[in-house]
Design a protein. Structure first.
Length: 159
């Protein structure tokens, strides 16, 4: 699709940042996105031009469904589904408004291997980039991941 919102955007890049924390079989995800990009994508994806980003069960469910179609997270071979716990506006000083989602995924057993592919907004923006920090607790081992529009491969991590 590769469209931009009508009018000028308040940012020059299309970027998401996700932090994934793995603790046993529990996986917490916090993803930050530009609010105008999110609104544009959710409107196009849902074919509902009236979607307005907000902390509502309807919009949270819409994002969760969109996430499942664009993002793959697997633990020890089991594909996991995310559920949104909460969402809200980011309180950064940036001119561009940011929005965040906190999500929960649960693996059938303590995670020893993960496969991750974050494909958010790839269908909308040619220059989309998704940065991911993965932290395994309790030890705090860290991995970084980077996905660009067109990337189809997942990143594999083993502990």
């Amino acid at each position: 699709m590769y469209e931009h919102a009508p009018g000028a955007t308040s940012h020059d890049m299309h970027l998401t940042y996700s932090r994934i924390v793995v603790n046993g079989s529990s996986i917490a995800v916090r993803v930050r996105v530009f609010q105008d990009d999110l609104e544009l994508v959710l409107r196009a994806w849902s074919r509902r031009p009236d979607v307005v980003v907000g902390s509502t069960p309807t919009v949270d469910s819409l994002f969760a469904a969109y996430w499942q179609t664009t993002t793959r997270v697997a633990a020890d071979g089991s594909t996991l589904r995310a559920r949104v716990l909460k969402s809200g506006a980011d309180s950064s000083d940036s001119e561009a408004k940011l929005w965040w989602y906190e999500m929960q995924l649960t693996a059938p057993k303590p995670v020893r291997q993960m496969s991750v592919h974050i494909g958010l907004f790839f269908e909308q923006f040619r220059d989309q980039r998704n940065i991911v920090s993965l932290v395994r607790m309790p030890g705090g081992e860290r991995e970084s991941m980077y996905f660009a529009a067109g990337d189809k491969r997942a990143v594999e991590v083993k502990w």
